[in-house]
Write a protein that binds this ligand. Structure first.
Ligand SMILES: Cc1ncc(COP(=O)(O)O)c(C=O)c1O
Length: 335
């Protein structure tokens, strides 16, 4: 059942929320890129400009997710991923801002130098561990147990209250809709790189409001797209449940592609490198090596295949991640 924007706003406003991000993030035309590609008009929604700690989509997600940590009385924020994880940087910064302890369990991977995100996580005062990749899960489990034994209440920002990361992008959908209306933009599709949460939140928000923009997700990791769509549908039902939305949500609502990631997460491909250079050179806009350059490579491939053409409109959601560039000079051919 479709509901009004005011009603959706009212339901979101009923949830605990922190105010961390500089919102609304801008929506800007990419005129030179659009002309260069000779296809649809492309706009960018600058979620890389959410403010805290050099921005990115997690800052918006954390407004609702970490509000749950505060409600639960948690005193440590924990995150574990790659050494150059954006979320680790953002977790460390938000912990600093809220006066909480941060623990980052990265891994000793190819980008584990004190540059980019890892440098920033350290500057924000996080306790950083970089175990061998095969030991990472055990180190996280031991750290969580040790924190609890010391009387702490840890909150893992990957898994705890995870549905609220999507709830935040239901709010993001409301914001984008209002901006598109103000600027006279009628998107045929939204492109973004998402593991799940941003994509799911946008789809739930747009569906709740009866808006039929196509949302096309590009995966940052190798995966089975059908399985991903099933997982997204499950998360979407949970998200709808939080907001008491009466929606039919199924795997068919989720279009996403793992075709542009390359051999693994965080590995630069010829296409992602070309996309990163093209956007930088045409627009003075930075993409990142692990997420947005893959999404742009996907959009460019779909334009070149003729899926999107002149007369149509695409909004590219820039989810951030640019601090990782500083650990990727070699991968980009400059060291
Ligand atoms: C820059 C960037 N883009 C996209 C994502 C994917 O976010 P989500 O899976 O929360 O949609 C992340 C984090 O995982 C990120 O750091």
């Amino acid at each position: 059942m479709v509901i009004s924007r005011e009603e959706l706003r009212r339901r979101l406003d009923g949830l605990p929320r922190l105010h961390l991000a500089a919102l609304p993030t801008p929506v800007e035309p990419l005129e030179r890129l659009s002309a260069h590609l000779g296809g649809p008009r492309i706009f960018v929604k600058r979620e890389d400009l959410t403010g805290v700690a050099m921005g990115g989509n997690k800052i918006r997600e954390f407004e609702y997710q970490i509000a749950q940590a505060v409600e639960r009385g948690c005193d440590v924020l924990v995150h574990s991923a790659a050494a150059q994880s954006n979320q680790s940087r953002q977790t460390a910064a938000v912990a600093a801002k809220l006066g909480l302890k941060a623990v980052v369990v990265g891994r000793d991977d190819a980008h584990a130098q004190s540059q980019g995100n890892l440098l920033l996580a350290r500057l924000f005062g996080a306790e950083v561990h970089l175990p061998a990749p095969q030991e990472q899960a055990a180190v996280v489990a031991a750290k969580m147990a040790a924190l609890r034994a010391e009387g702490h209440t840890p909150f893992h920002t990957s898994t705890d209250a995870r549905v609220f990361r999507s709830v935040a992008y239901v709010d993001g959908a409301l914001e984008l809709l209002a901006q598109c209306e103000q600027q006279g933009i009628e998107p045929d599709a939204i492109y973004l790189c998402s593991g799940a949460y941003t994509h799911v939140g946008l789809v739930v928000g747009l569906k709740a409001l009866g808006v039929d923009w196509r949302v096309v997700g590009i995966s940052p990791s190798p995966r089975d797209d059908q399985q991903a769509a099933e997982g997204h549908a499950e998360l979407a039902r949970e998200c709808a449940g939080v907001l008491a939305l009466d929606l039919e949500l199924s795997p068919e609502d989720f279009e996403s592609y793992a075709d542009f990631v390359g051999p693994d997460y965080g590995v630069v491909t010829e296409e992602s490198k070309a996309a990163l250079h093209l956007v930088a050179e045409q627009e003075g806009l930075l993409l990142d090596p692990s997420y947005t350059s893959k999404a742009m490579a996907g959009l460019i491939a779909h334009i070149n295949d003729g899926r999107w053409q002149a007369g149509q409109t695409i909004v590219f959601l820039h989810t951030g991640g640019t601090p990782a560039l500083f650990a990727y000079a070699k991968d980009l051919g400059y060291a």
